[in-house]
Design a protein around this ligand. Structure first.
Ligand code: ATP
Ligand code: MG
Length: 367
């Protein structure tokens, strides 16, 4: 059992940098929570406060019913895996993995059992006698995870554990971490700046910016209902297309006027946008919500845009089209057979049920 409760925690470093601002977050027992955000947004600081490696300036952290603000790191029953793995170079894998248990004076037989169990899970039994210098990046990463597992902690903290690996290894280790999680059934807090890792691993994702949690929810809620322009742009690849324009009413219908094209809003959005009639808004549309005109029925006239196709990027399974309206560049992701001619006009259809609108001043989601 380990529920972590962050109550209004803030962190100001000595030089006045306010790295974390008033975070309120409850991480449930057995939950895999991902903290995601750009460099410098306060992810590691938050994790280090949970681990006890950094003082908390304001607020409190609880594990279950116990406030741990003043509990030393070693007594928190938490294990952390660092980005650089922090393995001891002069020790073998076996010694690295057993170090924490030896320090805590566990019986030798228990240590042996736990190390072999962990080595089995992580498929590193054949590496136990090697030193970190004789391992690949992925193997080192496994050892670092192994060292955390043997302690059987209540909580696992991971700080960008995959960022030193090449792209292929990263994908492979991502799956391994997923399996590990299913097997260990403990509480995980996982820090990354990679939105794909966040989407694929997290039960919930907390998106951070400038020391503030912008939104915390399950991956599909974050993807489909971002609370603001930042979250919409950070989660999803390629990033959501954003275009500035004006809302106008014509014969009882509301349109988004980009300057070069107009698209009609779906009726259900009207109540939310009436306050913005005649005003500037930002439209957000994801690359996969833009369709090839030929595949859509005639009734889509009010959501068709005519643009210049500047670059065609076939990826095998799909094609990215780099498009230009004359005022905005954007990307569409269409089916593999599409090969439009470059530098010619083409017509595409926006899925107006899927678009978002943002307030240009507050950047909050209108709908
Ligand atoms: N020891 C420190 N002293 C002063 N400022 C610090 C210290 N550690 C971090 N900071 C500052 O606090 C802010 C948050 O840093 P943090 O390391 O938590 O970011 P992060 O989200 O983990 O970024 P990254 O993705 O680059 O690891 C940054 O502005 C950073 O410069
Ligand atoms: Mg960091």
């Amino acid at each position: 059992m380990a529920r972590i409760i962050l109550k209004n925690i803030s962190k100001a470093y000595k030089d006045g940098v306010k790295a974390v601002k008033n975070i309120d977050l409850t991480i449930n027992d057995n939950e895999f929570l991902v903290l995601v955000g750009p460099s410098g947004c306060g992810k590691s600081t938050t994790l280090r406060m949970i681990a006890g490696l950094e003082d908390i300036s304001e607020g409190s952290i609880q594990i279950d019913d116990r406030v741990i603000n003043d509990v030393p790191a070693k007594d928190r029953d938490i294990a952390m895996v660092f980005q650089n793995y922090a393995l001891y170079p002069h020790m073998t894998v076996l010694e690295n993995m057993s170090f924490g248990l030896r320090l805590r004076k566990y019986p030798l037989e228990e240590i042996r059992k736990r190390v072999h169990e962990a080595a089995e899970i992580l498929n590193i039994k054949h590496l136990l006698e090697r030193r970190p210098g004789q391992l690949s990046g992925g193997e080192r990463q496994r050892v670092a995870v192994g060292r955390a597992i043997v302690r059987k902690p209540k909580v696992f903290l991971f700080d960008e554990p995959l960022s030193n690996l090449d792209a292929k290894m990263r994908v492979q280790m991502r799956t391994e971490i997923h399996k590990l999680r299913l097997r260990l059934q403990t509480t995980f807090v996982y820090v990354t700046h990679d939105q794909t890792e966040a989407m694929t691993l997290g039960d919930r994702i907390a998106v951070m910016k400038d020391g503030i949690v912008q939104q915390c929810a399950d991956p599909m809620t974050i993807y489909d209902h971002p609370v603001n322009k930042f979250v919409a742009g950070f989660i999803g690849f390629p990033p959501i297309n954003l275009m500035t324009g004006r809302l106008l009413r014509r014969s009882g219908k509301i349109f988004f006027d980009e300057g070069r094209f107009q698209v009609k809003l779906v009726d259900r959005m009207y109540p939310a946008v009436t306050a913005y009639e005649g005003k500037e808004v930002i439209l957000g549309v994801r690359a996969e919500d833009i369709y090839d005109k030929l595949l859509v029925s005639e009734s889509s006239a009010d959501s068709t845009v005519t643009v210049i196709c500047e670059v065609v990027e076939p990826l095998g399974s799909e094609v990215y089209l780099y498009l230009n309206t004359g005022r905005h560049s954007f990307i569409a992701r269409v089916a593999a057979h599409n090969r439009p001619e470059v530098n010619r006009e083409m017509s595409l259809v926006f899925d107006m049920n899927k678009v978002h609108f943002f307030d240009p001043t507050t950047e909050q989601t209108i709908i």
